[in-house]
Each structure stands twice: as structure tokens, then as C-alpha cells.
Design a protein around this ligand. Structure first.
Ligand code: FAD
Length: 487
């Protein structure tokens, strides 16, 4: 795509939308982000309910952010975030034992999701050719199965797709009004859709449309309404419950370390406590397969006491809560297989959670969104036409997306209540990973490599290198005794 007079529309100003707008700003004359929420920087927006819960940024994602926004880690720290060596500044527990504290070369950014988003948003909207329009809900696409030509937006900003009452006062600006007139003669899209746009919906035309509207994206309905091919979906039902609560930070807990993560064990329970900006602990408890943490204040601590390591309960018991616990239910991981469609419409890209929404336990979503944005940049650098761009994008984004999906899915399938096919490969891989986890309690090289794979910095095959495999088999043997390291 040449820079000459190209207008791109990005639907959604979440992490994926912001990163994509940042990338497109290099290749388009104008980038317009349409976001149905309005928000003050640093607050949790209604469209991003997950923003109240622990958001870990994997080091691979942090590296992409640094590439797109040089200095952003320092900017986050200046705004109150903390950074730490992953296994040194954080106590990682698997199976009730701490993973050996050792240098991994990985950096954790410890911050709330609203802080992270606010820094990315500030940097993105500071770009001279990026415009963020808030309070605008996209309700469909224009175009057909061959090519997408723009979006239909709600003239009053709502009603929102999730049924939340309409937002008044959306400013569509002159362009939308003009284009609404243009659109009257060209309604090739959206007739008969469940979310059918009413004829009055204004239309915004674009040379390229990116759907980054998150897990609740209606892209399949929108495509169907256009007569465009609709991707198949893969789903893995995990019925995960999160409950999060803030506590006032107090020195002396965790021996000054910034966070404790208790990985979900065989019972599917886990959690994390992280020292975030504003001198608070953000504590998130999680339970899989319907065994959700309670959202009432009285029982929150009792659930924390059932985790396989005591640190989170210690924090909850010794500090003052700030506000009530907040629940979130995540039923299924969903992947829309655009990469498998024989033909995709030109000028439309779907990425972030709208393409693949991961089980949040593995903290992969923001990083995969960042990797997809990086792939889009690579593809745009090839100067492809907008007809060629989507297919090339999906084919190239398949590798990082599949790696993350398989890591998460095979781990989910270790839980007996999660329904899914456990082929020989999955069973062997899980038995080996269990051994690697045991070895990671006592072997620094295994601990380091294990975390580097989990952070998507090294491929899973790194755990199979002969020298490492020997250590895993020797030290991760179920019969070998494992001495707990000092907490
Ligand atoms: C409970 C929970 C915890 C998580 N924890 C982590 C973690 O630890 N680490 C991690 O990396 N990831 C985590 N994730 C995933 C992470 O939040 C997402 O993967 C990441 O933010 C990328 O999302 P996105 O930008 O695609 O979508 P979102 O962040 O959901 O943003 C979509 C945006 O689109 C807007 N929008 C939606 N529909 C429309 C419309 N029709 N018109 C206009 N605007 C619209 C929404 O208002 C929203 O702003 C977690 C997710 C959940 C649910």
C-alpha cells in the first residue's frame, strides 16, 4: 500500500487498535480510530471490562511495544509502573513450589491495564495523521465479498452492541455526514443481518478497514451480511472466573518483591498479586471449569487461602482493601480462522481479540496483538496491493498466533474438566511440560528456558534441545525429590 492518499479506519481503541493505528500511520495519509467508549486516560473503560483485572505483559510483547514506541517502558515507569527481572522480582509458583529465582533476561512490566493503555494511547494520538473519534459505534461494513470499502456507524453513537444504553453526543464530524449521503445509493452490505444497520446509518469510507473491536466483535455477522466468506471458529471452553480487588500496598510483604503469581494447579485454582501504580496491590484470583472465586468480600480471602502457595493470602490478610471485589467470566478461548479461508475480501484485516481471544491465564493476548501488528507492518513494507494484503497478513500472522494458541490449549487440556481432544501429541507434550515444571524448581537453566518459552521469546522447541532435555528428564523426574527453594 503506498502512502499516497490512503485512509485507514481502525475499529476499536484497545491495545490491538492502538498498535495497528501506530503501524498504519507509517503507510497511510490518514488513520481514523473509531471507539465506542469515551474515557479519561487511566480509567477502566466500559468496553474493556477486563481492564480491572491483572494484565501481565510478556517480554516479547514489551519488545514489540518498544520497537513501535521507543522509550515506552521508561514512560510507564515514570507514570508509576514497576519493572522487574521475571523470576527474581516475581515469585512464580507452580504446583506449590517456587520456580527457581534466576536471571532470565526477561523484564516484567507491572502496571494496570488502564495505565498501559493510556501510555500507548497518548503516543498513538500524538501522531499527526492519526485521529481518535470516541463515542462512535461501528455497526457493519460496506462492500461485498470481493472488497470492503468502509464502515457503517451509529449516528447517535449507540446503541452499543452489548445492549448498554446509547451514548449521546457522539461527534461524527462533517465527513460522516457527507458520506452518509454517498452511501444511500450503495447498500450492497448488511441487508438482513442480525445487527442490520438501519438505512440512516452514516457510512465512513476507507481504503483499508481493520477490525480490532475485541472479543465481542461482530465481524462474522458483518461479513455474512456483505455476502463475504465467514471464517470457521475454533473454541475451547474453559469457563474461567476471575475476581480482582485492590489493596493498599504495605512494605515488608514478599520481602520487597513486586509480585507473586500462583499458577493454576490440578484443581484449576490460581492467582496473582502485583504491586501496581498508586501504591496498591492488585490481587486477582482465578478458577477454571466453573470453580470460580467468590465475588463477595468475606469469602475472597478464604478462596485465596486455598491456593497452592500462601503469598497471596498473606497479602490479602495483612493489607487494607480498597473497593469491592470485581468478577469477570471468560467462557471460551475463540480463534477465527481467517488464515484458512480460500479467499478473503480485499482491504479488511481482523486482528487482536477479534481474531483470536486467548485464555487470559497465560497473559498472551496483548503480546499476540502486538505480534500481529508487527506482522502487518512487515506486510505493508512489501508494498502489496490492498487485494493481496489480507491473505499475506493472515498467512504470516498464523505462526505466532498458533504458537500461543497451542501453548495455552495444551495447558488448558491438562485440566480434566476441560473438554477437548487429547491426542497422543498433546498427552506426550503435557507429560514433558510437567517434568520441565518440576525441573524448573531446582535447575536454573530449565527455569530460564521455561520462562522464555512462556514469554514467547523462544519457541517451545527450545525445551527439547538435547542438553536441556537431559536436565529435564533427570531433574524433573517425578521420583526425584524437590527441595523447596526459599520463598
Ligand atoms: C480477564 C482478562 C484478563 C486478561 N489478562 C491479560 C494479561 O494478563 N495479559 C495479556 O496480554 N492479555 C490479557 N488479556 C487479554 C487482553 O485484554 C487482550 O488480548 C488485549 O487487550 C487485546 O485486545 P483488543 O485490543 O483486541 O480488544 P479490547 O481490548 O477488548 O479492545 C476492543 C476495543 O474495541 C471497542 N469496540 C468494540 N466494539 C466496537 C464497535 N462496534 N465500534 C467501536 N468500538 C468498538 C471497545 O470499546 C474496546 O475499546 C486478558 C483478558 C481478559 C478477559
Amino acid at each position: 500500500m503506498s502512502r499516497d492518499d490512503r485512509h485507514a479506519i481502525v475499529i476499536g481503541a484497545g491495545i490491538a487498535g492502538l498498535l495497528t493505528a501506530r503501524v498504519l500511520a507509517e503507510f497511510c495519509t490518514r488513520v481514523t480510530i473509531l471507539e465506542r467508549d469515551t474515557a479519561d486516560a487511566g480509567t477502566v473503560r466500559r468496553g474493556v471490562g477486563q481492564g480491572r483485572h491483572l494484565h501481565g505483559l510478556l517480554d516479547r510483547g514489551r519488545a514489540v511495544l518498544e520497537d513501535l514506541y521507543p522509550g515506552c517502558t521508561a514512560e510507564l515507569v515514570a507514570a508509576g509502573a514497576h519493572t522487574a527481572e521475571v523470576l527474581v522480582g516475581t515469585r512464580w509458583y507452580i504446583g506449590g513450589l517456587r520456580v527457581m529465582p534466576t536471571a532470565t533476561g526477561l523484564t516484567s512490566v507491572i502496571a494496570t491495564r488502564p495505565l498501559l493503555e493510556s501510555v500507548l494511547r497518548r503516543r498513538t494520538v500524538a501522531l499527526s495523521n492519526v485521529e481518535l473519534r470516541e463515542g462512535i459505534t461501528v455497526r457493519g461494513l460496506t462492500g461485498n465479498g470481493e472488497r470492503i470499502t468502509g464502515v457503517r456507524v451509529a449516528s447517535d453513537g449507540g446503541p452499543r452492541p452489548d445492549g448498554v444504553p446509547a451514548m449521546a453526543g457522539a461527534d461524527l464530524g462533517g465527513e460522516a455526514t457527507d458520506e452518509a449521503a454517498t452511501s444511500a445509493g450503495g447498500r450492497e452490505c448488511c441487508a438482513g443481518a442480525e445487527t442490520a444497520a438501519v438505512p440512516e446509518d452514516p457510512v465512513l469510507h476507507a481504503d483499508l478497514v481493520v477490525d480490532a473491536s475485541g472479543r465481542g466483535s461482530r465481524i462474522c455477522e458483518w461479513l455474512r451480511a456483505c455476502g463475504a466468506p465467514v471464517p470457521g471458529e475454533e473454541r475451547l471452553a474453559v469457563d474461567l472466573g476471575y475476581v480482582s480487588r485492590y489493596y493498599r500496598h504495605r512494605e515488608g510483604l514478599l520481602d520487597g518483591q513486586r509480585s507473586a503469581i500462583v499458577s493454576t494447579g490440578a484443581d484449576g485454582r490460581g492467582g496473582g498479586a502485583v504491586h501496581v501504580e498508586g501504591d496498591r496491590w492488585l490481587v486477582t484470583l482465578a478458577g477454571m471449569a466453573g470453580d470460580h472465586p467468590p465475588a463477595d468480600a468475606a469469602s475472597f480471602g478464604a478462596y485465596a487461602a486455598t491456593l497452592s502457595a500462601p503469598d497471596i493470602h498473606d497479602i490479602v490478610s495483612a493489607t487494607v482493601p480498597l473497593g469491592d471485589p470485581v468478577p469477570f467470566r471468560f467462557r471460551s478461548s475463540v480463534r477465527r480462522r481467517f488464515d484458512r479461508l480460500p479467499a478473503v475480501p480485499a482491504a479488511l484485516i481482523v486482528l487482536g481479540d477479534a481474531q483470536c481471544a486467548f485464555n487470559p491465564l497465560y497473559a498472551q493476548g496483548m503480546t499476540v496483538a502486538a505480534l500481529q501488528a508487527a506482522v502487518l507492518r512487515e506486510c505493508l513494507r512489501l508494498d502489496l496491493s490492498l487485494d493481496e494484503l489480507p491473505a499475506r497478513f493472515y498467512a504470516t500472522a498464523d505462526a505466532p498466533t498458533t504458537t500461543a494458541w497451542q501453548l495455552a490449549a495444551s495447558s488448558d487440556l491438562r485440566h480434566p474438566a476441560v473438554t477437548g481432544r487429547r491426542g497422543l501429541r498433546t498427552r506426550l507434550a503435557n507429560a514433558y511440560v510437567a517434568q520441565a515444571q518440576r525441573a524448573a524448581h531446582r535447575d536454573p537453566l530449565v527455569a530460564r528456558t521455561f520462562m522464555r518459552v512462556a514469554h514467547l521469546v523462544e519457541p517451545p522447541a527450545a525445551l527439547l534441545q538435547p542438553a536441556l532435555a537431559a536436565r529435564i528428564l533427570l531433574r524433573g523426574n517425578g521420583a526425584a525429590s524437590v527441595e523447596p527453594v526459599d520463598r
